[in-house]
Design a protein around this ligand. Structure first.
Ligand SMILES: Cc1cc2nc3c(=O)[nH]c(=O)nc-3n(C[C@H](O)[C@H](O)[C@H](O)COP(=O)(O)OP(=O)(O)OC[C@H]3O[C@@H](n4cnc5c(N)ncnc54)[C@H](O)[C@@H]3O)c2cc1C
Length: 392
């Protein structure tokens, strides 16, 4: 089976690993001239790890990560440091942090030489599996595949060719993301701190450095490139979060402006009516871009890849699989993946909306509601997301 995968992010690379292992002839077409993700951390929960296990990568993944993040006290704090809610230990115990670049390196190291074609931009797709675009040298690209996997992210070109693409929407907030340049002692505590229309998250990396994010609500028009100025990022974050509890100011101080990136947060405006279209299927952010409040975008991309690899395992090694069989596998993929990702995206949006409340009164009510949430309910909510297994 000949498969084209558009995009070499977490979704594209993990799909390539899964389908290559199943015996497919895989080509990854990546617009960028190099394989380099943004430079921050990614939390991988039990569900993402189960997907990596299905892709045969647990041993390598575990070697690159540690259980540190799950062993710290986690939950929500107020800007003065008082805990609003401590999460039950077992709900976060299986989380592992990885630097994005390391995950990319791990995935791409599993691919046979020549599988990834850099500098290739795809612009057109037909229902019969024809792909058109431009290569790195500007030449026209036109090839036909048995299956096309759109893994081209939030602003997916493939999805714009879909019937009823809902497009994306700005979530109402953006985030600075940084990684400290040296290890910082967290004194056994991590998690998030919720203020009014602002939020700060602390996540330890395996080498002792700390990945942090600082979320700020802003009107849509204040989110264009260059706003806020990158060179003043450290000062901007300190202006807003410098009076928050320790070690927040220390973490920002330990991160150079050049290592801090501002990113407006977007998500799919509405769920797609189908993630398949003719011989093409979407995975990762292209299929279900969601806000990062549950740290699930990448985990869901891994679930997509593992599911696709299982469903296509008997067809992958065939030279000319029957269209009917491919259609049946894609229909099953759509049935399994769409409701789950829609539910998680919705939950993530609700958390973001609550976390970024503007008013003093409403944020006090929010904190109280969180305090009163029974631990059993929290446990159930986490379990729905983190306890996942690929189809048999
Ligand atoms: C602030 C923040 C924090 C997050 N934290 C977490 C977390 O802790 N845990 C987690 O699981 N998720 C997290 N996420 C979500 C996660 O980052 C994304 O869900 C994930 O990176 C999506 O991967 P992807 O491969 O689908 O898309 P991308 O990483 O966007 O990759 C798409 C690729 O396609 C290429 N491409 C685009 N168009 C074309 C084209 N026409 N032709 C060829 N190539 C093309 C691009 O160059 C790119 O390489 C976070 C997101 C944000 C914004």
């Amino acid at each position: 089976m000949r498969v084209a995968i558009i995009g070499a992010g977490v979704a594209g690379l993990s799909t390539a690993v899964g389908l290559q292992r199943a015996g497919a002839h895989v080509t990854v077409l990546e617009r960028s001239g190099q394989l380099r993700p943004g430079g921050s951390g990614l939390s991988i929960f039990g569900n993402g790890r189960a997907a990596l296990d299905a892709l045969g990568l647990t041993r390598e993944f575990d070697a690159l990560t540690s259980e540190t993040a799950g062993l710290l006290l986690g939950g929500m704090r107020k800007p003065n440091g008082a805990w609003i809610k401590v999460f039950p230990a077992e709900t976060v115990r299986d989380v592992r942090m990885i630097h994005r670049e390391e995950l990319h390196n791990l995935l791409s190291s599993q691919l046979e030489p020549g599988v990834v074609r850099l500098g290739t931009t795809i612009s057109e797709l037909t229902v019969t599996g024809d792909l058109r675009g431009r290569t790195a040298h500007g030449a026209a690209f036109h090839e036909t595949f048995d299956l096309i996997v759109g893994a081209d992210g939030l602003r997916s070109t493939l999805r714009t060719l879909w019937p009823k693409d809902p497009g994306i929407r700005y979530a109402g907030y953006g985030a600075w993301r940084g990684v400290t340049s040296h290890p910082v002692d967290l004194h056994g505590e991590a998690g998030e701190t919720w203020g009014r229309h602002q939020r700060f998250g602390i996540v330890p990396l395996p080498d002792g450095r700390v990945y942090w994010f600082a979320v700020d609500s802003r009107p849509a028009e204040a989110t264009g490139p260059g706003v806020p100025e990158t060179h003043g990022a450290q000062r901007e974050v300190l202006e807003r979060f410098g009076s928050w509890h320790a070690p927040i100011p220390e973490l920002v101080d330990a991160t150079s402006s050049a290592a801090i990136q501002w990113l407006p947060i977007h998500e799919l405006r509405a769920p797609l009516p189908s993630v398949r279209y003719g011989r093409a299927v979407l995975v990762g952010d292209a299929a279900h871009a969601m806000t990062p409040n549950l740290g699930q975008g990448g985990n869901q991309a891994l679930e997509d890849s593992a599911t696709l690899a299982v469903l296509l395992r008997t067809l992958a090694r065939q030279d000319s699989p029957r269209s009917l069989d491919i259609d049946a596998a894609l229909a099953e993929y759509d049935r399994l993946r769409r409701p789950r990702t829609r539910r998680i995206a919705r939950r993530s949006r609700l958390i973001g909306d609550a976390a970024n409340l503007q008013g003093r009164g409403t944020s006090m009510v929010r904190d109280l509601a969180l305090q009163l949430t029974p631990t059993s309910a929290l446990r159930r909510q986490f379990s729905i997301i983190h306890d996942w297994a690929p189809p048999p």
